[in-house]
Design a protein around this ligand. Structure first.
Ligand code: C2E
Ligand code: MG
Ligand code: MG
Ligand code: MG
Length: 293
């Protein structure tokens, strides 16, 4: 503890706040600069179908800040601040554009069914211009909406529910699929799943971690798998690291897997290498079943 905490408690406290405010301010400035300097890069983590011979079905795009002095900074450090300051909006626009551009390149190389999931924060989802922005990026990058997926957390889904549902419907009508990220960890009532055009649930790593060594954890995972099954939603297990976890999930019927067991997030070159080895070439044209409305 710093000295003077007893006598000058308030001062100490306000000093702390000032320090924190300065730090935030500096970071905000840095983020603005980094957007200009294009220091944000995307990594792509494979999502694998273990029922289809471990073929890749898509990637999740995960942002990294490649800062000259500090090296690679993880999103956990700057996404919350970007959200607080509203900078997530221009940053998110940049991320979406990068992801769509990259995906289009892969599609043009023959990976026609590859789907890339982009994380969206609550702030982005509450923007009036959201749907138009997404549509514009798709048009400009010439990407088929079926190759794009948006990940939002339960928290985002619950924020301004009426508006969110409207936005989700518009996106869904465009042919974009929506995933609920970190499913089961946020505050939520299950009823929203009925009203929202959700396509996929992502079971958080939290539920996956101990499925193989703790019966209670296994029960929770089974419950999540059951929810996805009965609602006829796709389910992706996140954070799968071991063979034991994989075997459990396979047995219980969760067949879409994302985690270090198969691959860490990859740079674009390595992601392409991964696809070369693990992509299931469709026999005729695209195997997408439905046309977007
Ligand atoms: P998330 O969307 O739940 O992403 C999954 C996180 O789990 C990623 O962390 C990924 O690297 C990590 N992960 C995947 N498999 C494993 C595993 O087997 N073991 C372990 N220990 N970790 C695994 P990352 O990349 O650090 O991202 C953290 C969070 O930051 C993301 O959680 C997401 O909420 C946010 N984020 C990342 N990129 C973006 C973005 O472009 N936009 C927004 N708004 N948020 C983002
Ligand atoms: Mg995610
Ligand atoms: Mg997640
Ligand atoms: Mg997570």
């Amino acid at each position: 503890m710093k000295k003077g905490i007893n006598h000058g408690g308030i001062q100490f406290f306000s000093g702390g706040i000032r320090e924190k405010a300065m730090k935030l301010y500096k970071l905000e400035f840095e983020i603005r600069r980094a957007i200009q300097a294009q220091e944000f890069v995307l990594m792509y983590q494979p999502i694998v179908d273990i029922q289809a011979g471990n073929k890749i079905v898509g990637f999740e795009a995960l942002v990294r800040w490649n800062q000259s002095e500090r090296g690679i900074i993880s999103p956990a450090e700057f996404i919350p601040i970007a959200e607080e300051t509203g900078l997530i909006v221009p940053m998110g626009a940049l991320i979406l554009r990068m992801a769509c551009k990259q995906t289009k390149q892969w599609v043009d190389m023959g990976y026609k069914d590859i789907q890339v999931a982009v994380n969206f924060s609550a702030k982005q989802f509450s923007m009036d211009s959201m749907v138009d922005d997404v549509r514009r990026v798709l048009t400009e990058t010439n990407l088929n909406p079926r190759n794009l997926k948006l990940e939002i957390t339960e928290y985002t889904a619950m924020c301004e529910a009426d508006k969110t549902i409207e936005i989700m419907r518009a996106l869904s009508n465009m042919g974009i699929q929506i995933s609920i990220d970190d499913f089961g960890t946020g505050y939520s009532s299950l009823s929203y799943l009925k009203r929202y055009p959700v396509h996929t649930l992502k079971m958080d790593k939290y539920f996956v971690d101990h499925v193989a060594d703790n019966e209670e954890d296994a029960s929770f995972a089974r419950m999540v798998i059951g929810i996805a099954k009965s609602l006829n939603l796709d389910l992706i297990a996140e954070g799968v690291e071991t063979k034991e976890q994989l075997d459990f999930l396979y047995r219980e019927g969760c067949h879409l897997i994302q985690g270090f067991y198969f691959s860490r997030p990859l740079n674009t070159d390595m992601a392409l290498e991964y696809m070369k080895e693990h992509y299931n070439v469709p026999t005729q044209g695209s195997s997408f079943e439905t046309e977007p409305e």
